[in-house]
Ligand binder design. Structure first.
Ligand SMILES: C[S@@+](CC[C@H](N)C(=O)[O-])C[C@H]1O[C@@H](n2cnc3c(N)ncnc32)[C@H](O)[C@@H]1O
Length: 204
């Protein structure tokens, strides 16, 4: 994938960062984070990664709920990370680093859980991201993928969206992506409208 693609995405989110937490989409995203919490199961002293963490709202919420959790947020956008660091209520339990979901700067088997909310639609190399998630997860670790989905009847709408450089994945697409890199799909739940949570585990 060209450097231009990532540069353009980065610029888009850098521009959005200052207003991100105050605009309507963020209210929607935070309602999704709240619902996601109902499905999360973590071991004690969990080490978690939030991929495409944006302004860090989900990690703050997770650290509130799990007082012994340690979390890393990774994002492409310098400005999103600037807001995340400024609003970090749990430093040094939570830290933020700049990087790409396609090449994670972490050792194998490091995380008990990986979260990814409303970011996967932007990835030009979805298989590569799944492979990276599988690599950095511990055995028995979980991947919580939350993104817009579509039913088979809505497929023309989905094709329309692909022309704008974003892609949606239905249940079947997600299961195939998981099985290609050894992640087992455990369940799917609709969190809000078409926003679908899919939970994967890395088998022991
Ligand atoms: C709509 S925001 C969602 C942020 C956050 N997860 C939330 O739920 O509010 C999408 C985020 O994905 C990030 N992103 C997009 N492509 C990325 C990539 N290839 N690697 C890492 N982050 C990426 C963007 O910079 C942006 O912060």
């Amino acid at each position: 994938m060209t450097l231009d693609f990532f540069r353009n995405k980065k610029q888009l989110f850098d521009r959005w960062a200052a207003s991100y937490d105050w605009l309507f989409p963020s209210v929607f995203y935070q309602a999704i984070h709240k619902r996601l919490l109902e499905y999360i199961n973590l071991p004690p002293q969990a080490n978690v990664l939030d991929l495409g963490c944006g302004t860090g709202r989900l990690l703050n919420r997770l650290a509130d709920r799990f007082p012994d959790l340690h979390g890393t947020g990774l994002d492409l956008s310098t400005q999103m990370l600037r807001v995340a660091r400024r609003s970090n209520r749990h430093h040094p339990r939570l830290i933020y680093i700049e990087g790409k979901a396609e090449s994670l700067p972490f050792a194998d088997g490091q995380f008990d859980a990986v979260f990814n909310t409303i970011s996967f639609l932007h990835y030009p190399e979805p298989k590569q991201v799944f492979a990276e998630v599988a690599r950095v997860l511990k055995e028995d670790g979980s991947f919580y993928l939350v993104d817009f989905s579509y039913s088979s009847q809505a497929e023309p709408f989905s094709r329309l969206m692909t022309t704008s450089g974003i892609r949606f994945y239905n249940k079947n697409n997600r299961e195939l992506l998981g099985s290609a890199c050894g992640l087992k799909c455990v369940t799917h739940h609709y969190l809000l409208g078409p926003v679908l949570l899919t939970i994967f585990t890395k088998p022991i």
